[in-house]
Design a protein around this ligand. Structure first.
Ligand SMILES: [Zn+2]
Length: 252
């Protein structure tokens, strides 16, 4: 099975995250100046880089040379937290859709008090944070309000309004946005070049429209077109037929 483009070309550093400069630049500056917080909230549409950025923040915080906006990529932590790495015992990802209940939150709270095993920080990435129950959030409140020095929370959610306000007010909130078409196109062209794939230029706007400005969805559309491409590569004709979009040229 071919590795999906979205996973194969997952960004490793904030400079590789596309279309979110309003978020990545201040985060990099905070890392540079050491003005760090114990809790972050990454909100925004699905597939726009929230989870990737949470992992990058963890990698930047725990780099042996860090905290740094430019993780070295060489130390044990950087290798473990690379997109194709095995992960780190001190960076714990939790899917709140399945582990957002009060018992899960209590267990997390108890474990979170223990110092990290090998890294600078113990970092919890809580994905789909809007799925944490009110009781669950209440169980986390004290540790988010008065965290031990080693602890960092990164909440990622499509619905920041559903995060308990008393938790939300403790976070630095970074709103991610839909990715601008120009940035998306640059990403697609880069991926196609890296794959050695031939794609007619007129195909890109169709792919971008079909992917509704989500990096994940857009790359999935391209994945599908590449999978079905013949020797001529991805043609406009094939893309129009498959994506079912109106061919503007024909109407004209
Ligand atoms: Zn490093």
């Amino acid at each position: 099975m071919a590795l999906a483009l979205y996973r194969k070309y997952r960004p490793k550093t904030f400079t590789e995250v596309i279309g979110q400069d309003h978020v990545t630049e201040p985060l990099m500056q905070a890392l540079r100046s050491g003005r760090l917080n114990h809790a972050y909230l990454f909100s925004g549409p699905r597939g726009c880089g929230k989870t990737s950025s949470a992992r990058i923040l963890a990698r930047s915080l725990n780099c042996a040379q860090g905290p740094t906006p430019d993780p070295c990529g060489e130390c044990d932590s950087c290798r473990a937290l690379a997109p194709d790495g095995p992960g780190s015992i001190d960076v714990i990802e939790i899917d709140a859709a399945s582990h957002g209940g009060v018992d899960d939150a209590r267990e997390l709270r108890e474990r979170a008090f223990f110092a990290p095993a090998i890294s600078r920080y113990k970092i919890y990435i809580i994905d789909e944070a809007h799925m944490v129950t009110t009781q669950g959030f209440n169980a986390l409140l004290k540790i988010v309000e008065e965290p031990p020095e080693h602890l960092v929370f990164i909440f990622a959610t499509t619905e920041p309004d559903k995060v308990l306000p008393t938790i939300r007010s403790r976070t630095h909130h970074y709103p991610f946005r839909l990715i601008p078409p120009g940035a998306m196109r640059a990403l697609l062209e880069r991926n196609c070049a890296a794959e050695g794939a031939t794609v007619e230029p007129a195909v890109f706007p169709l792919v971008i429209r079909a992917g509704v400005r989500s990096a994940r969805d857009t790359q999935s559309v391209l994945d599908q077109l590449l999978a079905g491409a013949g020797p001529a590569g991805v043609t406009y004709e094939r893309a129009v037929a498959l994506l079912g979009v109106t061919d503007v040229a024909l109407i004209d």
